[in-house]
Design a protein. Structure first.
Length: 339
């Protein structure tokens, strides 16, 4: 993997170039709670010790709500109006748990049907990742095959040095093209120049063995384990909406003027009672315990069965934000202890 050195000032010049050419540049907000579009490079925050944002960056590839098309009803026909083309966007400073999530979601959006809305954004997005030095009781990236220095999902990956510069690892052809276009901003790094920093970064202690967790889930669909969780879970969907890999959605038609409307794609969650409610009135997941069982199985069994991927990056957002303190990392650790 090629490595270069870049100063923070030169990195900001590159970002300003993206903004001037009309690309959307997205980075962490000043208060650290979410990702936002920037108007100028001076607003970039690259702090490897910052806690993961409350809300992940997935909404910039998989929006909370978006129109599929607009329609206008004529006397004997319906006119379909497509949405505007997708602009190029640059996501700057994603922690490895966020950058990896985009490739994980890419699997399901290209499975039995190619979702061109996601794919156009994915293809038009440049990911600049950042090594992570934050650890708390909710982090468990090392338990799901990711690390604080994982380059997975990034096109360029930044490793901060003590002098304020960054080692830039070139991960993909997209990243290589950016370095080539801005070669005057980079200087060639010595081999393994970021190794000392990488070696010094201590990730969260491994909490569980994901293979053992799956083995138990394979054999224990009917279990009382989730009953106490169902008793306290509010079914609010917070866990799904802040998660970087949850991807459920529904599609509805909205008439907003006589004869005119739009077909909308909106986030949904398996934690909602209505998610599996049949028109007959039957609901195969009629309790919150069954719905939380679905959440755990989807992430640590079903997605692995289908795609060979764990549907979780260990970011801990769902647990930090849960209003009744449900901790998925602790639950999965408990499952491994049952094996």
């Amino acid at each position: 993997m090629e490595e270069y050195l870049i100063s923070f000032d030169n990195l900001k010049k590159i970002v300003d170039g993206f903004i001037k050419e009309g690309s959307d540049v997205i980075s962490i907000s000043k208060n650290g709670d979410r990702f936002v579009r920037l108007e100028k490079s001076d607003d970039i925050i690259l702090n490897p010790e910052q806690r993961p944002s409350d809300i992940s960056a997935k909404e910039f590839l998989f929006p909370r709500t978006e129109p599929i098309f607009f329609y206008c009803k004529q006397k004997e026909s319906v006119e379909i109006i497509d949405k505007e083309p997708q602009k190029r966007q640059v996501l700057v400073g994603l922690k490895p748990c966020d950058a990896a999530s985009l490739g994980i979601m890419h699997r399901v959006f290209n499975w039995d049907y190619r979702d061109e809305f996601f794919n156009r954004r994915y293809d038009n997005t440049l990911i600049i990742g950042l090594a992570c030095k934050y650890v708390d009781d909710y982090c468990f990236c090392t338990s799901v095959n990711i690390s604080p220095t994982s380059t997975r999902g990034s096109d360029l990956f930044l490793i901060p040095l003590s002098d304020g510069r960054f080692v830039v690892q070139v991960v993909t052809d997209k990243g290589k093209e950016i370095v080539s276009r801005n070669s005057q901003m980079f200087e060639k790094a010595d081999p393994d120049s970021g190794k000392a920093v990488i070696d010094s970064i201590k990730g969260p202690q491994k909490k569980f063995d994901s293979k053992k967790v799956k083995e138990w889930l394979d054999k224990n669909f009917e279990t009382d384990l989730f009953n106490p969780i169902g008793d306290i879970c509010l079914g609010c969907g917070q866990c799904a909406f802040v998660c970087p890999t949850c991807h459920c959605f529904d599609i509805v038609d909205e008439d907003y003027r006589y004869g005119e409307g739009r077909r909308m794609k909106n986030w949904d969650s398996c934690q909602f009672y209505l998610f599996t409610l049949h028109a007959s009135g039957h609901n195969p997941r009629d309790t919150q315990a069954k719905r939380y069982r679905q959440r755990v199985n989807h992430k640590f069994k079903y997605y692995i069965d289908r795609f060979g991927e764990i549907l979780c990056t260990g970011c801990g957002r769902c647990s930090r934000g849960c209003p009744v303190a449900i901790d998925i990392g602790g639950i999965v650790t408990r499952i491994e202890n049952l094996t």
